[in-house]
Design a protein around this ligand. Structure first.
Ligand code: EPU
Length: 336
């Protein structure tokens, strides 16, 4: 068990104080050992994947930070499908490349998303018309409190927009995830950004080509993690009732609406921040709303969690004053 380890380098925000205890787990046994240590010392456990959707407080965390480092990627055939069996610590974008090499469609629209497989499942990542839940089969988990292992299937995983069973039940640590992809799947390029790429002649015939196109689109929208800190979209797009969406669309002409299967309507927060509130580049300390995509918070080197929190609070208040909507964070904070 390492002590007093700065967490900033383990996050894509490059923000955050030290972990009282820190350990990397390469196996289920090592996860169990870390959990036993935390139980014996009555300490909370914070699970860390790629740190790409995470804000660590400036004062750090008084507990055990458990970095998931089981990174194996394996394949199995199951009839016409391929099962992808991965350790929770495997890098998500590497999994995309592995499927690209096999030529199997299913997750290519989720290319270029930083972080690990475990984080992708907890967060039910989604982009360009695809969502992790579309391919999820099951995950193996360990209960932090008891050390017991169990399996959570698709039916039990309660996936919703950036939400899951695993996000609601933080006592489970995902150690392994299994994704199912069918050989009859085809490219899904109906999302406006991908349609535009196709129209301009970008090839989109294979999973690897689609992944390449998605990475190129994302590169234009997101800060470069090597230069600036970011955790991608900082807020969720609000889900509102059809009635509220209609009345907002009347007040804010041009507001993009995305009707959901459950009857709710997702409204574009980036559009409100940009067109209605002119908040592109709005900053507090070293944190600002990114110019090319204001849903994204970008942090200069040296920015603090306090800066990000203050920015988020001001933005939430401005959105509430303009729309009456209480926006929610997509990014998680250790200890909250
Ligand atoms: N828009 C503006 N001004 C801007 C940028 C966007 O008005 O500066 C408007 C446009 O009308 C655009 C709309 O906002 O059509 C939506 O923008 P975009 O398609 O870029 O996506 P988003 O809703 O901002 C969501 C996800 C992203 C995901 C993209 C692409 C959330 C919170 N964010 O963003 O996911 O990559 O769609 O599918 O759901 C993430 O979760 O971290 C993330 C980056």
């Amino acid at each position: 068990m390492n002590e007093h380890i700065s967490l900033a380098p383990f996050t894509t925000f490059h923000i955050g104080g030290p972990a009282r205890y820190f350990t990397e787990a390469q196996s289920v046994e090592e996860v169990k050992e870390a959990l036993a240590f935390a139980r014996a010392n009555s300490l909370p456990v914070f699970t860390l994947g790629g740190g790409s959707n995470l804000l660590v407080p400036d004062g750090g965390v008084d507990g055990v930070v458990l970095k998931m480092a089981m990174c194996d990627i394996n394949f199995e055939s199951d009839g016409a499908d391929t099962l992808l069996i991965t350790g929770a610590g495997a890098g998500w974008d590497g999994v995309i490349d592995a499927m690209g090499e096999k030529g199997i469609f299913g997750i290519e629209n989720l290319a270029g998303i930083p972080g690990t497989v475990g984080g992708a499942v907890v967060q039910n990542i989604g982009a360009y018309g695809a969502e992790l839940s579309n391919v999820f089969e099951y995950a193996d988990v360990i209960n932090k409190k008891t050390g017991e292992t169990s399996r959570v299937t698709l039916r039990e995983a309660e996936f919703a927009y950036r939400d899951s069973f695993f996000k609601k039940h933080r006592e489970f640590v995902i150690t392994r995830a299994v994704l199912r992809m069918g050989h009859d799947a085809a490219a899904n390029t109906s999302y406006p950004d991908l349609e535009r790429a196709r129209a301009s002649g970008v090839p989109l015939a294979t999973p690897a080509e689609v992944a390449g196109a998605v990475r190129a689109i994302r590169a234009k929208k997101f800060p470069r993690i090597a230069e600036e800190g970011t955790a991608g979209s900082f807020f969720k797009n609000p889900l509102v009732s059809r009635e509220l969406a209609d009345s907002l669309a009347k007040r804010f002409v041009g507001l993009p609406l995305f009707p959901q299967e459950n009857g709710m309507v997702k409204i574009s927060l980036a559009w409100i921040l940009d067109k209605e509130l002119s908040l592109k580049g709005f900053s507090v300390g070293g944190a600002r709303l990114y110019e090319s995509q204001p849903l994204v918070v970008s942090a200069r080197r040296g920015a603090t969690a306090k800066d990000v929190d203050a920015l988020a609070l001001e933005v939430s208040e401005k959105v509430f004053d303009a729309t009456g909507i209480k926006i929610e964070r997509e990014v998680e904070t250790f200890g909250k």
